[in-house]
Ligand binder design. Structure first.
Ligand SMILES: C[S@@+](CC[C@H](N)C(=O)[O-])C[C@H]1O[C@@H](n2cnc3c(N)ncnc32)[C@H](O)[C@@H]1O
Length: 295
C-alpha cells in the first residue's frame, strides 16, 4: 500500500520472518548459499543438542541430526537478510512437519502410528527436511519485493517501543478467551525460538516439561489479571497515533471495554466485524474477528 512499515514481535523467530519479508527489499537466498547451509563442513565442530534434548519428541532421529547441522550453519552466517531468509525457510519446514504445526506436546507418535488416515497430513510430515527447506527457500525468494519505502523489523516487547515516528499503529495481540486461557506463542513455538539461540538453548529449556519447552517468561498479554493493563498502557503509549486493534468478540477484555479504553484518547472509535472467517479446526461458531479503529 506504499507505506513505510515497521514490523515488531517480541519473539526472535518472528523478527527474522519480518526481516526477511518486510524489511528486505531485494535480497534473495542464492543457490551457492543454500548449498553451504545444507552441507556439513569438515572444519566446523558440530554440537548435537537437538538429537540429545529432543529425542522422540518432535522429529525422527535422522531429522534431528539434519537440524543440528543446518541450524548451526545458519547460526554461523553473518546477520542479515540472507540469514533471515534461511531461518524463514527452516521454520516453515519445521512447522510443516509437525502435527497441528505446533510444539505444544510430545506427540511424534501421531506421525509414526500405523493407523488408517482420512487426510493427507502424513505425506507432508514425512517429506524430507531437505526437500521442505528447499521448497520454502524457493517460495520466500518469490515473495521478496520493494515497495519503494524504507521498512524495518524490530524485536521488542510492546512496552519498549518508541512511539514517536508512527502515524498508525496496528496491534494484533494474543487472544485471551473468556475462561482466561490465552494463546501462548512462546509456549507453542518454543522450538523455533530455541533454534535462533542455539548456543544458549540448552540452559533455557525447562527440563521439567515432557516436551522440553523453554522456561516461561511472564507476559502480561497472557493473563486475565494483567491483560487490561497491557492494553491500557499500549493505547496510552501510542495515544498520538491512529490505533487499529484486532481482537475477538468473546475474549478478555470485551470489545466494549476495548472501545472504552480507546475513547479515552480518541474522538472517533469504530468497531467492525467480519462473519466470513472461522479459525481452522475451531468449533466455536460464535467468536467473531473484530477490528477496532481509533482516530
Ligand atoms: C496474533 S499474533 C500476531 C500475528 C500477526 N499479526 C500475523 O498476522 O502474522 C500475536 C503476536 O504477538 C506477539 N507477542 C506476544 N506478546 C508480545 C509482547 N509482549 N510484545 C510484542 N509482541 C508480543 C507473539 O509473539 C505473536 O506473534
Amino acid at each position: 500500500m506504499g507505506k513505510s512499515v515497521t514490523y515488531n514481535d517480541s519473539l526472535t523467530f518472528n523478527y527474522h520472518i519480518g526481516k526477511a519479508l518486510v524489511e528486505n527489499h531485494g535480497q534473495h537466498l542464492d543457490t551457492e548459499t543454500l548449498e553451504t547451509i545444507l552441507k556439513k563442513h569438515p572444519d566446523r565442530l558440530y554440537d548435537d543438542l537437538i538429537r540429545r534434548e529432543f529425542d522422540d519428541i518432535y522429529y525422527l532421529e535422522h531429522e534431528n541430526a539434519w537440524l543440528d547441522v543446518v541450524v548451526q550453519n545458519i547460526t554461523a552466517m553473518k546477520e542479515g537478510f540472507a540469514q533471515s531468509l534461511a531461518w524463514y525457510a527452516l521454520f516453515q519446514a519445521c512447522l510443516a512437519k509437525r502435527p497441528y504445526n505446533l510444539f505444544h506436546r510430545k506427540n511424534l507418535y501421531m506421525r509414526t502410528a500405523r493407523v488408517a488416515r482420512s487426510f493427507g497430513n502424513k505425506t507432508t510430515w514425512d517429506q524430507s527436511f531437505h526437500d521442505a527447506f528447499v521448497r520454502h527457500v524457493r517460495e520466500i525468494n518469490t515473495a521478496v519485493f520493494d515497495n519503494g519505502h524504507q521498512c524495518r523489523a524490530i524485536n521488542l516487547d510492546t512496552c519498549d517501543i518508541d512511539p514517536h515516528p508512527y502515524d498508525l499503529v496496528y496491534i494484533d495481540p494474543p487472544y485471551l478467551n473468556a475462561r482466561g486461557v490465552g494463546v501462548d506463542y512462546h509456549g507453542f513455538y518454543h522450538f523455533l525460538e530455541g533454534m535462533t539461540d542455539y548456543p544458549n538453548w540448552r540452559d533455557s529449556i525447562d527440563h521439567q516439561s515432557k516436551h522440553r519447552r523453554l522456561k516461561r517468561i511472564p507476559n502480561p498479554w497472557n493473563s486475565p489479571t494483567s491483560i487490561h493493563q497491557a492494553f491500557q498502557q499500549t493505547i496510552e503509549r501510542f495515544a498520538d497515533c491512529k490505533i487499529v486493534i484486532s481482537y475477538r468478540s468473546d475474549g478478555i477484555p470485551s470489545i466494549d471495554e476495548l472501545a472504552a479504553m480507546l475513547s479515552r484518547f480518541k474522538s472517533r472509535v469504530t468497531v467492525s466485524s467480519d462473519d466470513q472467517f472461522r479459525y481452522v479446526l475451531s468449533t466455536n461458531k460464535k467468536s467473531k474477528e473484530i477490528l477496532l479503529i481509533g482516530t
